[in-house]
Design a protein around this ligand. Structure first.
Ligand code: TMP
Length: 215
């Protein structure tokens, strides 16, 4: 079963919890699944993550940050995502290209198109089949993650930065309706997981009927 699923949203949207839950559910169903994240997911990607998240790196420019995210993605697609899809696995990824479009394109105001172009080499034509956007406003996201994790460089951005990222995500969801599923992230963990599972199940069913594999 070849399927690429990404989760997107602001910090505090509950995305990582849902990535974990979906990964476990798929494995319970006996479906070969790979759970991964960006930036990171590879040795080099994790090194890049140390730079992008390091609190001391306040001098990192928006352009350099964009290249680093894209470099991490290039390594990730080549080493992890493509081989897993080729091996007919389901890939569940905590953030992918849309994070760059939202954070660097809109948040840093470098432009969606510019960031898309900067990522074309990195993604090697690989795009998610399904993208869950967990819709939680910046204010709610802030409130939720307060005290729950170590504050990193990206948490130190101004409020208007997160507002632009949030608006950016909404634009992306409206533009790429064929793969985006917007879920009200203020619902309970169980409710969100239920909606996610229904969507994934129907995608799997469709794929199976397209490839004429019996359930
Ligand atoms: P997270 O692992 O807590 O989601 O943190 C990832 C951070 O990196 C988050 O602030 C969003 C940011 N990010 C970008 O700015 N651009 C990207 O392309 C990716 C993948 C993440």
């Amino acid at each position: 079963m070849k399927l690429f699923i990404s989760f997107e949203g602001l910090e505090g949207s509950g995305k990582s919890t849902q990535v974990g839950l979906l990964g476990s559910r798929l494995k319970e169903e006996g479906i070969e699944t790979l759970v991964t994240r960006e930036p990171g997911g590879t040795r080099i990607g994790e090194l890049i993550r140390e730079i992008t998240h390091g609190r001391e790196n306040v001098d990192l420019t928006g352009v350099a940050e964009s290249y680093l995210m894209s470099a991490s993605r290039a390594q990730h697609v080549r080493e992890i995502i493509k081989p897993a899809l080729t091996a007919n696995k389901i890939v569940v990824c905590d953030r992918f290209l849309d994070s760059s479009l939202a954070y660097q394109g809109y948040g840093r105001e470098l432009g969606e198109e510019t960031i898309w172009q900067l990522n074309t080499l990195a993604i090697e034509g690989v795009l998610p089949d399904l993208t869950f956007f967990l819709d939680v406003s910046p204010a709610m996201g802030f409130a939720r993650r307060n005290g729950t994790k170590k504050i990193d460089r990206l948490d130190l951005q101004q409020k208007d930065f997160y507002q632009r990222v949030y608006e950016g995500y909404k634009k992306l969801a409206e533009k790429y309706t064929e793969r985006f599923v917007v879920i009200d992230g203020t619902k309970s963990v169980e409710e969100v997981a239920g909606i996610v599972w229904e969507q994934v199940k129907s995608k799997i069913k469709n794929q199976r009927s397209n490839t004429h594999i019996k359930e």
